[in-house]
Design a protein around this ligand. Structure first.
Ligand code: NAP
Length: 284
């Protein structure tokens, strides 16, 4: 099976692809789509095929999906990009990639999404059958575009084996994401929670989604211990500002996901059940 992975140069992709290359089933091969040929060299050295091009270019999508049996669409635009770019990449290009996959006879499509598509919290961990409730403190073009992509791919004729992995806040393996938290955590209430997932577990979850027979539909991927804003400060060794305790967490269940489905159906068990375990293991 030839597997196409988009977004290989991103924070998730650059850690997922090497793990995938180490764990592919015998005979399987990996092709990555990258925008910059020089940044693709690292993946070629690891044994991947490299297709250079932009996800928004439909000619590129035809070449990228040629001969492919499974796609893992990791690519997204959400780090400091205008809303138009988020919509163009996360929704429009993801849909075009789905169409190209169908045209190329791809059997399986794994769409990497985000727990933010649930929108508002439900007063309990979010389960995959929960309808999206747009809104909440992190709603915007990014979750909206990922949500629209999920729906369009789910309704696409010919894309019968669609698997959607909804990720939490991803950290670890030197990803600066946990440091960057300090850009916005000072505005959060002390008891606001955030669900986390280490890169090793995101890779584990996506590989299970990719390979498990019959694993169609949505799966949450996360650890066992959502943190609070206080944890984020403590992880970064920064005192918690007093103002954080004056703010009420309007939606303490926002982004907190149940992992029951992926645990029961696919045998997923987080290697790092909490960010504190990862810290103790030197895996931040
Ligand atoms: N990181 C998290 O905490 C988190 C949480 C929930 C969900 N997710 C999901 O996980 C996935 C990966 O996120 P990430 O943190 O790795 O993001 P990232 O670091 O911003 O990486 C995004 C990747 O997408 C590629 N990309 C963006 N626009 C593209 C385009 N027009 N054509 C081709 N490639 C394009 C980027 O390529 P360049 O390197 O060339 O820019 C990069 O490889 C996304 O689907 C995101 O929604 C992430």
């Amino acid at each position: 099976m030839l597997i196409l992975v988009t977004g290989a140069t991103g924070q998730v992709g650059r850690r997922f692809v090497p793990r995938l290359l180490q764990n592919t089933a015998p005979g399987d091969e990996v092709r990555v789509l990258v925008r910059d040929a020089a940044r693709g060299e690292r993946f070629a050295e690891l044994g991947a095929q490299v297709q250079v091009g932009d996800l928004r270019d439909t000619d590129v999508l035809g070449k990228a999906t040629a001969g492919v049996e499974a796609v893992v669409n990791v690519a997204a635009a959400f780090r400091g990009v205008p809303d138009e770019e988020a919509q163009a990449v996360n929704r429009d290009a993801a849909i075009e990639l789905g169409r190209a996959a169908v045209a190329s006879g791809v059997r399986r499509f794994v769409q990497v999404s985000t727990g933010l598509v649930y929108g508002a919290g439900r007063g309990r961990p979010l389960v995959e059958g929960d309808e999206t409730v747009p809104g909440g403190h992190l709603w915007g073009a990014y979750p909206q575009s990922k949500w629209e992509a999920e729906r369009a791919l789910g309704a696409m004729d010919g894309l019968d084996d669609l698997r959607i992995g909804r990720l939490p806040f991803v950290y670890g393996d030197g990803d600066p994401h946990l440091d960057n938290v300090m850009d916005w955590a000072p505005n959060w209430p002390a008891m606001q929670r955030l669900h986390m997932g280490h890169h090793a577990d995101v890779a584990q979850g996506l590989q299970r989604l990719l390979y498990a027979p019959g694993a169609t539909g949505v799966y949450n991927i996360a650890d066992d211990a959502p943190v609070t804003t206080v944890d984020l400060f403590q992880l970064n060794g920064v005192p918690v500002p007093r103002e954080a305790y004056d703010k009420d967490a309007a939606d303490p269940w926002h982004s907190v996901m149940s992992t029951t489905r992926i645990r029961h159906e696919l045998g997923y068990r987080p290697l790092f059940p909490s960010v504190w375990t990862a810290r103790d293991a030197g895996a931040l």
